[in-house]
Unconditional design. Structure first.
Length: 335
């Protein structure tokens, strides 16, 4: 799976923007340090190009979408949906060759987000990572974010997999300082990363509408280097026969090696849940994580296992580090 010479991360699909944020105007985003312009044609198809005119390097995102084409703001060069330049106002009789085309990437829409792959020619994935809960019509879907955090994407994933911080960073919410012990759990390596099973923790407020403490069982799955999903079940006390089920997908846009944009996609079993309340709960949790994430040094995740010390509770995060090293990810990590 390793790409010779690095750049493995460019072969993966990454979220870059909310679908609803890409409407009539061109939108500028950044992915893996690359400036990208997003825009829609008359059919509603979203396009992702290098945000740079091949003529003098002006940002195409400052231009305008007109007549199913994107026009550069500097000299009016106009590009059709495949990136080909079809009009140069200063030389109207000139037929631009392929060398005058915009650099085209591949874009798809999934889970409320626009996803982009920067190197589809080398990619072995035809679509974004799977979020299985999305297909369940009996689950309420809610998008949370974006949240910008000054750390690397892999740091955010590792924190997502870490249960030992619940009792301190999320004390009174996802954990309790008097119940900080993490019992052993199972970690299975997969082609896309790992699955951690039978992860249990006592939580004072396991979800937005929880009214009592409950034991929660988590299952974590890393589905790509910058994407992970957790599934959780909580029993809200002995007298409550109901089980709250929830899936949370973590979607990360690695903007630069030390800056990430984060979204969470929730799928909850309570179809009557208040979406605003769910978003508020998730935002509070992430805001508790953010200062810790931004304090970690180095910001890029070290992949050498002996760079840090570890305990049994860190089985998932150490497996994640080994996975990134094995497939050759180089962005947001220290080899």
């Amino acid at each position: 799976m390793t790409i010779k010479g690095g750049n493995m991360e460019k072969t993966f699909w990454h979220p870059v923007a909310l679908i609803d944020s890409v409407l009539g105007e061109a939108v500028s985003v950044q992915l893996l340090g690359v400036e990208v312009v997003l825009w829609r044609d008359n059919t509603g198809q979203v396009h992702a190009w290098l945000d740079q005119c091949p003529h003098r390097g002006a940002k195409l995102s400052l231009g305008r979408v007109c007549d199913n084409r994107l026009q550069c703001p500097y000299h009016g060069w106009t590009f059709q949906t495949d990136g080909k330049c079809v009009n140069i106002p200063s030389a109207p009789s000139f037929f631009p060759p392929i060398s005058h085309a915009a650099k085209v990437f591949i874009a798809q829409e999934a889970y409320g987000l626009v996803w982009v792959c920067l190197d589809m020619e080398k990619s072995f994935l035809t679509k974004p990572p799977v979020f299985a809960a999305e297909e369940h019509v009996d689950l309420l879907k809610v998008m949370c974010g974006p949240y910008d955090v000054a750390t690397s994407g892999p740091r955010v994933v590792e924190n997502f997999l870490d249960m030992a911080h619940f009792s301190f960073v999320h004390d009174g919410w996802l954990g309790n300082a008097s119940h900080a012990q993490i019992d052993d759990y199972e970690v299975i390596t997969t082609d896309t990363g790992l699955i951690a099973n039978h992860c249990k923790v006592l939580q004072p407020k396991s979800h937005a509408s929880a009214s009592t403490s409950s034991w929660v069982e988590y299952t974590y799955e890393v589905t790509s280097p910058y994407t992970a999903v957790l599934k959780k079940e909580s029993h809200e006390g002995i007298t409550n026969a109901g089980i709250h089920k929830e899936s949370i997908a973590l979607f990360i846009c690695p903007i630069t090696s030390e800056l990430s944009r984060v979204w969470f996609r929730l799928a909850v079993s309570d179809l009557n849940a208040d979406a605003t309340e769910l978003v508020s709960f998730q935002t509070n949790i992430f805001k508790q994580d953010q200062p810790i994430l931004e304090s970690q040094n180095p910001k890029c995740l070290p992949l050498k296992i002996d760079f840090n010390v570890h305990t049994l509770a860190d089985k998932a995060s150490t497996a994640y580090r080994r996975y990134l090293k094995k497939i050759g990810v180089s962005f947001g990590v220290i080899q």
